[in-house]
Design a protein around this ligand. Structure first.
Ligand code: SF4
Ligand code: SF4
Length: 451
């Protein structure tokens, strides 16, 4: 047995060592994810962030006292999830207060050039941000991000760079406002970087170059719904291009060349599940080795009765595993760094350092609400504190959470549309799978560092 991630994590410190009670009987904690690697089995504790390598056939039970102390073994009658809740509450209380707002999701428009059948924004007002509002947004960001003094000079305080996330509608449908906002921030010497969620149709070579250089764009998430015909039918662009699928793939290549990381999002329902496998096969020779390109799987969620749902959860999970395996084989899996932090925010909605800036200059908390849930505007300091706090309420765990290994790093907000019903098997499966890939990567890094 070898300790792979040995350094103390904040969560490990909060938990401390577990007391050994001699005549108690112990079992394996439910918050452990295992993954195979070439040298044995990796076990990762999702609450404490500790990871160990075991020889094949060896288990934590073989080192009982050690793993009781490290919480891999817990008393039979221990309530794992209640304990994790307590630690998360403590972490939340101890987290430093946000002194500045540094993360902004900006809806440049709620209009879009595509007409995807599954769009949750369908039927909403189509509004473009004006050039004046864009400038006012930039001034607002400069005022609240903590990088300038009241006199407009640079502070000496260390403040995180501003993080901008361009969203819509289709954010590139009104790209001028991105130019206005970023050039103002650059003029004021404000450090910033950005990411974008786009369908990619307008991310041509010149735009990609400018995005990298002027917008400080680090990554783009682009959805591919299937092979050529399925994609073109699903997106149903209003632009009259012969083959938007081809244009978007070329644009992905351009962006990769510029050093922009691309997340290709594969939106799955029962109808396109098999076609997505073919889509990965088709894209592989084109995108492999061209830059930092990763594929991720997302199950379409039902909002308006338009999704082709799977007959059973098992059927969805099966297709989901097949696609994840295909992505792994092709070398495009989302192999990110293993995160050992105990996060106390779900997303922008419950994070006091994050805001959503809407096209009219209104401020929201969740990017999926462009007409309601408004907490204020960029022209006045008044905020609807009650509404802000309402976004922090978490959902009680689902019945599926009992015994779920990723529970300590997964919690859902009561007001979130995406998670309010239950946790489909496929969602749980994607979370565990991604974690296993991250564990394998952390082990490979550990091995390279020790050689
Ligand atoms: S919501 Fe799903 S993934 Fe999260 S802890 Fe519950 S069962 Fe697990
Ligand atoms: S949809 Fe849910 S997860 Fe996404 S930003 Fe809104 S509250 Fe957060």
């Amino acid at each position: 047995m070898k300790e792979i991630l040995a350094e103390t994590s904040p969560a490990k410190m909060l938990c401390g060592a577990q007391k050994i009670i001699q005549d108690k009987s112990y079992r394996r904690s439910s918050h452990i994810v295992s993954a195979q690697c070439e040298d044995g089995t990796l076990l990762f504790h999702t609450l404490t962030g500790a990871m160990y390598l075991f020889d094949n056939g060896e288990t934590p039970e073989d080192h009982r006292d050690y793993f009781i102390k490290n919480r891999f073994l817990v008393p039979e009658d221990f309530d794992d999830n209640a304990y994790a809740d307590g630690i998360r509450t403590a972490a939340r209380v101890l987290q430093p207060k946000h002194r500045h707002i540094t993360s902004f999701t900006i809806l440049t428009t709620t209009d879009c050039n595509a007409r995807c059948f599954y769009c949750y924004e369908m039927g909403r007002k189509r509004v473009n941000m004006s050039a004046q509002t864009a400038l006012d947004c930039a001034k607002y960001i400069a005022r609240v991000c903590g990088q300038l003094t009241d006199k407009g000079e640079k502070t000496t305080e260390t403040v995180s760079p501003v993080k901008l996330s361009w969203f819509g509608g289709e954010p590139l449908y009104n790209a001028e406002v991105i130019d206005i906002i970023t050039s103002y921030l650059a003029q004021k010497d404000i450090a910033f970087e950005s990411i974008i969620t786009t369908n990619g149709l307008y991310l041509d070579a010149d735009t990609a170059k400018k995005a990298r250089r002027d917008w400080h764009l680090k990554s783009a998430q682009i959805t591919i719904d299937g092979t050529k015909d399925v994609y073109n039918r699903t997106k149903a662009y209003i632009d009259k291009y012969d083959d938007p699928h081809e244009i978007v793939l070329t644009n992905i290549e351009n962006a990769l060349k510029e050093g922009i990381r691309i997340f290709v999002r594969l939106n799955m329902d029962s109808k396109n599940a098999d076609d997505l496998i073919r889509a990965v096969d088709n894209m592989t020779p084109r995108l492999k080795g061209k830059g930092d390109c990763r594929f991720l799987v997302a199950m379409l969620r039902e909002f308006k009765g338009k999704i082709n749902e799977f007959d059973t959860e098992e059927a969805a999970a099966e297709k989901c595993v097949a696609l994840l395996k295909k992505i792994e084989e092709a070398g495009f899996d989302r192999e990110l760094k293993l995160d050992r932090e105990l996060h106390v925010n779900r997303c922008m909605a419950d994070n006091d350092g994050a805001q959503v800036l809407l096209p009219e200059g209104l401020i929201g908390k969740c990017e999926h609400f462009s007409e309601t849930e408004i907490i204020g505007d960029i022209y006045s300091p008044e905020r609807d504190v009650k509404l802000i706090e309402s976004w922090k309420k978490t959902l009680p765990p689902f019945s599926e959470c009992e015994g779920c290994p990723v529970y300590p790093r997964c919690y859902n907000l009561a007001k979130c549309d995406w998670t309010k019903d239950a946790c489909p098997q496929s969602v749980k499966l994607i979370r565990i799978y991604n974690l296993q890939r991250q564990m394998q990567r952390a082990y490979n890094d550990y091995k390279s560092a020790s050689n």
